[in-house]
Design a binder for this molecule. Sequence first.
Ligand code: NAG
Ligand code: NAG
Ligand code: NAG
Ligand code: NAG
Ligand code: NAG
Ligand code: NAG
Ligand code: NAG
Length: 660
Amino acid sequence: MEKDDVVSAMVFLIIPLIMRPILASGDPVFTFCKTDSGNYTLNSPFESNLKLLLESLPSNTAVTGFYDNSTVEDPKVYAQALCRGDVNSTVCRDCTKNASQEILKQCKTEDAMIWFELCQVRYSMQNFFSLMIYTGKYPDQNYLEKNLSINPVRFDKVLTYLIDNISSEAAIDPSKRLFATGEIKFSRKETIYGLVQCTRGISESSCHNCLVDALGDLHACCDSRQGGIIVSANCNVRFQLYQFYNASSVFLTYPSSKGPKLKIWMVVVIACIPISVIAVVVGSCAVCHGRNKRTQRDDEKSQKTLLHELTSHTGVAITQDGELVSAEELSFMDLSTIVAATDNFSDSNKLGQGGFGTVYKGVLADGKEVAVKRLSRRSWQGLEELKNEVILIAKLQHRNLVKLLGCGIEGEEKLLVYEFMPNRSLDFFIFDSEKRIELNWKTCYNIIAGIARGLLYLHEDSRLKIIHRDLKPSNVLLDDEMEAKISDFGMARIFGENQYSANTRRIVGTYGYMAPEYAMEGLFSVKSDVFSFGVILLEIISGKKNSGFYLTEHAQTLLAYAWRLWNEGKELEFVDPLLMESCPTTEVLKCMHIGLLCVQEDPADRPTISYVLVLLGNESASLPHPKQPLFVVARVIQTDHIPTTNLSVNHLTVSSLSPR
Ligand SMILES: *[C@@H]1O[C@H](CO)[C@@H](O)[C@H](O)[C@H]1NC(C)=O
Ligand SMILES: *[C@@H]1O[C@H](CO)[C@@H](O)[C@H](O)[C@H]1NC(C)=O
Ligand SMILES: *[C@@H]1O[C@H](CO)[C@@H](O)[C@H](O)[C@H]1NC(C)=O
Ligand SMILES: *[C@@H]1O[C@H](CO)[C@@H](O)[C@H](O)[C@H]1NC(C)=O
Ligand SMILES: *[C@@H]1O[C@H](CO)[C@@H](O)[C@H](O)[C@H]1NC(C)=O
Ligand SMILES: *[C@@H]1O[C@H](CO)[C@@H](O)[C@H](O)[C@H]1NC(C)=O
Ligand SMILES: *[C@@H]1O[C@H](CO)[C@@H](O)[C@H](O)[C@H]1NC(C)=O
């Protein structure tokens, strides 16, 4: 099998979207044929397998609205179909049949996906069934719905409230269809109708994560419009001002002015309070009233895991070990402080929305600025991330890692309080044509070295081996002196002393920065972080975004582009002209060389981060010749024009893959 075929399963991660202005059930909403690799030949075994499999979809999908299967014989073909949760079996069969025929007609590729209003069909040479990565895209400007004529601010709040609620409902859907609809009045005359759905076969939390991300994108494209839709390989979100579905939906009411209540507030100050107290705090939240059995069970399960991990991991670290966060560095906070600091989580204090929740700016009474991350409400998700952050950050203290000042849990409310970073995050600088001018080579170099030092600390110096797993420019925060600080440890994993790699079924992370072995096989190690570092390095040097790069016509991926220029001896063309003015050529080319070494396909070929630092600091080091990276390519269908300002609204997590 060709290398390019291997990555074809990942291609849905970047889907340039063409959307009709009005969704009509007869036509596909969007078709994606992966034209770059693997066109199958007519009358080939692949084609006959694919046809057989697609023919089996309509009747099988009609039974429950979802179906996936693969052929037994080589070449293997995997296919999946999903009908919208509100359609009956007749309509489902009909739509899946149309979609299967249409995808055969429109695509001759070994990978493709098609969305209709009422169903979607996807097939691939690769097994994508358990792969959940957020891929959502929103329509091109030309295809967006009309602007609202009235009160977009209130509309936005009401819409968020609705989609938040039904996203949670879909994830815990007792019928396991991962589908929910809801309606909410937004003025006396107008009602917003919302619908969310995930493909089945992914976990509750993956579904919820996908929908939370989709909501972020929905804001970016459509929050002052009369309707909007985000489609992703694993989840879809849509709203309209008319009822566009046939399900009996929950009727919601937007709570009046006061906002969510926070009654008992507990702040965990990591080093001051023994770990058992954390356990008590977490435990006490289990007794929250008015929750159904299911959530309680989930909570208990998470709490058990949390307790276990806290004691097994932090037992050592909580001793008077020099590495611990010292008491003076943590300030006590209580609820009223946080509520006052963030103006009761007011929208004007909102810094951004990401995969795990919303981040607010806060100012404490003494004038100290903080960033408060309010995690998404469902406990099975928030607790997982909180656990990670608390465990890890409690033990980590380094100038290139963001500092956690405290955390709080109450019922479904979970908050993390960090030091505030006035210069936001790296993506905000490198992908913005205006902000980029503020970066000279010296600053860039310092940022690169800062990220490397932060990573080195995680990988080798902190006594625990920690794999970050979601390193990307939006997770590199910048302080007032433009010093890089790695943030967001929600996905990080602690490795045992003799553990070199691990495998996970749940692949989390951000496409474009994930090493191929991780994205495809769930295999992660320090070398997968090194890969992400390499991508960031190449992005800094070129000023181009890896995941957004597909949207220009002349090149495939940033990695392929870098590799091509490198081999043609045209490295300097790769360097952003803005940087060229301020940098010694040898230094920037060395960085590009290091970047290429870091993104090599075989993890064993990639340098360790400590070696990267050696190379960075040594002017005359002779570097090995890099091997060709694994290119992930996708062809442009149509460029969307998304304003760059949407790119980095969030200091702590930006999980959107918005193209430039
Ligand atoms: C597949 O077919 C399309 C359209 O016919 C063509 O543009 C593309 O280059 C082909 N891909 C390969 C890898 O041959
Ligand atoms: C999957 O397809 C094969 C034929 O390719 C069939 O024998 C099998 O029953 C199908 N599995 C399911 C669960 O439908
Ligand atoms: C909803 O029901 C109406 C009336 O029965 C029907 O015309 C329409 O096609 C249905 N829509 C869907 C999506 O099933
Ligand atoms: C399924 O829904 C369609 C459109 O809403 C309707 O015309 C048809 O009668 C329904 N079929 C069944 C079996 O309920
Ligand atoms: C399927 O295609 C036929 C013919 O184009 C169309 O009339 C019908 O509405 C389509 N059905 C669905 C569910 O898309
Ligand atoms: C719609 O709203 C957007 C953002 O608020 C604005 O940029 C655009 O010009 C508006 N379009 C129209 C047609 O009013
Ligand atoms: C969604 O709203 C309904 C109606 O107000 C409420 O009963 C339900 O608990 C909410 N669900 C979530 C997950 O917030």
